[in-house]
Design a protein around this ligand. Structure first.
Ligand code: SF4
Length: 896
């Protein structure tokens, strides 16, 4: 690995908070670089969450795609690019431009996005370019555009700190946007009168921190916000002057609100909430001018999400609480550059630079690009695009920086479609994904640490991603590959770029082209930026028109919107229930989402033990009442089935879950877990306006997954084991953990031994009649592997055994205790990891609470450091504090 500068200022590649990071080369250290939060970055001011803090541990090149491939064979870049260009050219010649498509990603940089969008819409002549942001942000885009005339997020992160009331709906911000949540928590600590309301069916870590939690029935948000709009009218809390001067559609919106939610009692009934809780929320909202409503996937990922988001925008527009500090609706973006993709027009429903497909925009963009065959109408949105692959309408698709066969609904169906597609090109940084397995051509891409360009976070802040290491193998930037294919297709003059600054300049110039204040996205001040200034570019919020010296914190401050008449539009919303019906066969609602320490399909975060320790296996979280009804117990394996697929996951029973609903995380992909891909269960139902799928409302059933045998292997060395019905791998400190369970006859012990054999001596315990087997291999005093198998899941906890791999040698006592799986007398078993930043487990925290009488998170932090860095684990520490305070103090009773 080569390091360029001693310190590189770049941006975290994970969530839409967009934290600045400083990377320092550490040639002598355990990892090649050290990472810390950039104190000068406005998004995080030096903070990082557990994922960001572990970035240095994820730079391993294991599993990287290093060379171009055609049909599984390595080829040189020229051959691969010729193949892609020939395939696209021939398909277009025979079947027309709409027979080809690009499917890109909120993970790629703005410069990659710009080139992809210009190539498809301006030169191929089709708008068939869509992005995985369709799955996470397109609802907010559509709702903004309907209400404001453009996709402009009104406010900034500072608004959440300056507000007197923050409403968080459809977001577990504490885990999904942790640094922003920590900013919010710090503001609440400084101003205890500030209130936080969380609206979520689950009592998430975010909800646990709230002053008021509304655990509404899944999918009922529009009833709630419609009820709020009518309540604001009854309480005389609207802003008639703002409505009169700046807003259209109030009468219809109010009539629709009154029809669905005519009273607090009716609203509470529709949302299955306590009327008193609804009344409190409504009163707080009515009385608090400085109110921010932050929303995310719980609103967006719905088949009526645009209307749900519309009801949120309605209450802010009707009260005039927008465009001023401390107030406004605030859409949180999921991916690191979802916003950058929206800027360039990377969604099939946009043209470019926040322009649509109206005649004036088509004329303007066509002239700017010198486009010979500009796409005249919107292209296929993600689900429609893959349906078109299925029907044979799209015959060549280039997928860049995303794994749609992991993330799309009804993924199995689209896997068949892609296998039958004549040309599938995949650009990725990793070799093994669900989608690379069906590709005809693989193009090795650069990734974080190697990429060079810009990203834009949730608050419209553009930041630089800077490289600090050389790409391995033959990995190249995505824009580089796109440019070379464009040149082969005959568009060399329009794609002359040799470095990202040239692309960014053109992107900025297009945003300002014939703008004159008519479009919100304008970064004309950067249209002449030279290479040195681009290199040094500091984070800046758009709009930043030519001549501006600073970015813009609030849009719409003058009450002027970007609709034809300059007035915002309220939406008249008749709420809709989720379309996937719950019935006797599928009686539960499945909610999907993120967990604290993992990112998307785990390609990066699964490579670090400390991020894997928090939740090492896929799980299904279920309320105790439902666990009883469906006969599953904590720790069991359960089968979760929908009308479209099934998965296996470990049961977690939790009162934080709403009865009737279950939660399964989105992260486990096929290379890591055999049958845990949750999006395969989700139907391809989409919002009719945005095309965003409903990932939060699938009807499912849960039942015990009866297994005949269970086992696990911990190994210092790579292992190759036959796949069992349930197979999950996770990284531990200096070892790999493989969880296994199966139906039928367990694997032959001799076969397991052969696969795990090597230098050293074996310790073994076998009980053939009972179907139990335990073994460990030790070489030169070091534990090399352990294997436990038995007929039930009553196997030892893995934490103590896993901890032995970190040691250079094990003691005689530990050796004696190995096959019991329990620590020898005098040693305490490690518990589940709670604080990933400082490696503090549950046992240590509980012990400290008990023995030292700790009563607050601050006291636990002062004692153990837990919770004092990113703070993501503070809700869990609070739960342990609560449980310990409720536990009997009599040690005998405690044990009983
Ligand atoms: S909150 Fe965490 S994951 Fe998100 S950008 Fe910041 S460090 Fe990265």
């Amino acid at each position: 690995m080569a390091t360029a500068e001693p310190v590189t200022r770049t941006t975290c590649p994970y969530c839409g908070v967009g934290c600045g990071v400083e990377v320092t080369a550490t040639p002598e250290g355990e990892f090649p670089v050290a990472v810390r939060g950039d104190p000068a970055h406005p998004a995080n001011a030096g903070r990082l969450c557990s994922k960001g803090a572990a970035l240095a541990e994820t730079l391993d090149d294991e599993g990287r795609l290093l060379h171009p491939e055609i049909g599984g064979q390595s080829v040189d870049w020229e051959t691969a690019l010729d193949h892609v260009a020939d395939g696209f050219r021939e398909t277009i010649a025979v079947h027309g431009p709409d027979a080809v498509a690009l499917y890109v990603s909120g993970q790629i940089l703005t410069e990659d996005y710009y080139v992809a969008n210009k190539l498809m819409k301006g030169f191929v002549g089709s708008a068939n370019i869509d992005t995985n942001s369709r799955l996470c942000m397109s609802t907010a885009v559509a709702a903004h555009t309907r209400a404001f005339g453009v996709d402009g997020v009104p406010g900034s992160y500072t608004d959440l700190e300056q507000a007197d009331l923050v409403v968080v709906t459809g977001s577990n911000m504490a885990w999904a946007h942790p640094v922003l949540f920590q900013r919010l928590q710090a503001a609440r600590q400084a101003r205890p009168e500030m209130k936080l309301v969380v609206i979520d069916p689950r009592r998430t870590a975010t909800a646990q921190a709230a002053d008021l939690h509304l655990p509404l029935a899944p999918g009922t948000d529009a009833w709630l916000f419609n009820g709020l709009l009518d309540h604001l009218r009854r309480e005389d809390a609207l802003d008639p002057v703002f409505l009169e001067r700046h807003v259209d559609g109030f009468a219809d919106a109010l009539a629709a609100a009154r029809a669905s939610s005519p009273s607090i009692a009716a609203t509470a009934e529709a949302c299955e909430l306590e009327p008193e809780a609804v009344a409190t929320f409504f009163q707080w909202f009515a009385r608090t001018e400085r109110t921010v409503t932050a929303f995310c996937q719980g609103i967006n990922q719905s088949d009526s999400g645009v209307d749900k988001a519309g009801t949120i925008l309605n209450v802010h527009l009707a009260t005039g609480r927008i465009g001023r500090p401390g107030m406004g609706p605030f859409s949180l973006t999921g991916q690191p550059n979802a916003m950058g993709g929206r800027e360039v027009g990377g969604l099939a429903s946009q043209l470019a630079a926040h322009m649509g497909f109206d005649d004036a925009a088509l004329d303007r963009v066509g002239r700017f690009w010198g486009a010979p065959s500009l796409a005249r109408q919107p292209g296929l949105k993600a689900l429609d695009l893959f349906r078109a692959v299925e029907s044979g309408q799209v015959k060549a698709v280039w997928i860049i920086g995303t794994n749609p066969l992991f993330s799309l609904p009804e993924a199995a169906r689209f896997e068949r479609a892609l296998r039958d597609c004549p040309l599938v090109v995949v650009s990725d940084c990793v070799r093994e994904t669900e989608t690379t397995r069906v590709a005809d051509v693989l193009l090795p891409a650069t990734t974080w640490g190697e990429k060079d360009g810009t990203v834009t976070n949730s608050e419209r802040r553009i930041s630089r991603q800077r490289p600090f290491r050389a790409p391995p193998g033959e990995a190249r930037h995505d824009w580089w590959a796109l440019v070379r294919v464009a040149q082969r297709l005959g568009f060399a003059d329009a794609f002359p770029y040799t470095r990202p600054a040239e692309i960014f300049r053109e992107h900025a110039a297009l945003s300002a082209f014939e703008n004159d204040g008519t479009r919100d996205f304008d970064i004309g001040a950067l249209a002449t930026i030279d290479a040195a200034a681009f290199e040094a570019l500091e984070p800046v919020q758009w709009p930043l028109p030519a001549g501006a010296e600073a970015g813009t914190a609030q849009l719409y401050a003058d009450g002027r919107f970007f609709t034809a008449n300059g007035r915002a539009r309220l939406a008249a919303v008749s709420p809709q229930s989720p379309t996937d019906p719950v019935d006797a066969e599928y009686p539960l609602r499945l909610n999907t989402g993120r967990i604290r320490d993992q990112w998307h399909s785990m390609t990066r975060t699964a490579s670090t033990p400390r991020l894997s320790a928090h939740q090492p296996e896929p799980f299904v979280e279920i309320h105790p009442v439902d666990a009883g009804l469906f006969r599953v117990q904590a720790g069991d394996l359960a089968e979760v089935t929908s009308r479209h697929g099934r998965l296996l996951a470990r049961v977690q029973v939790s009162r934080e879950q709403r009865p009737g609903s279950v939660f399964v995380p989105m992260h486990w992909s096929r290379p890591i877990a055999r049958l845990a891909r949750v999006d395969a269960l989700v139907p391809a139902h989409v919002d009719p306006v945005s095309g965003q799928p409903a990932f939060k409302h699938t009807a499912i059933s849960v039942r015990p997954a009866a297994m005949d045998w269970h086992g696990f292997v911990l190994s210092r060395e790579p292992v190759s084991l036959p796949e069992a019905d349930y197979t999950v791998t996770a990284r531990g400190p200096r070892h790999l953990r493989v969880e296994l369970a199966g139906r039928g006859t367990p694997p032959e012990i001799a076969d397991w031994r052969t696969r795990l054999d090597g230098a050293g001596e074996w310790l073994e315990f076998a009980d053939p009649a009972g179907g139990r087997y335990r073994a460990a291999r030790i070489h030169e005093g070091r534990l090399v592997c352990v294997l436990f198998a038995g007929p039930d899941r009553g196997l030892p906890e893995r934490e103590w055994l896993g901890g032995l791999f970190a040691a250079e040698s094990i003691t005689d006592d530990e050796r004696m205790a190995l096959l019991t799986g329990r620590p020898p007398n005098g040693q305490v078993a490690r518990g589940r990891l709670v604080c990933a930043c400082f490696g503090v487990d549950e046992t240590r925290i509980r012990t400290a609470i008990r023995e030292q009488g700790l009563a607050t998170c601050e006291a636990v932090g002062a004692c153990l450091e837990a919770g004092t860095n990113c703070g993501s684990c503070r809700p869990e520490i609070q739960t342990l504090l609560n449980e310990e305070s409720e536990a009997p103090t009599d040690p005998v009773a405690r044990e009983g």
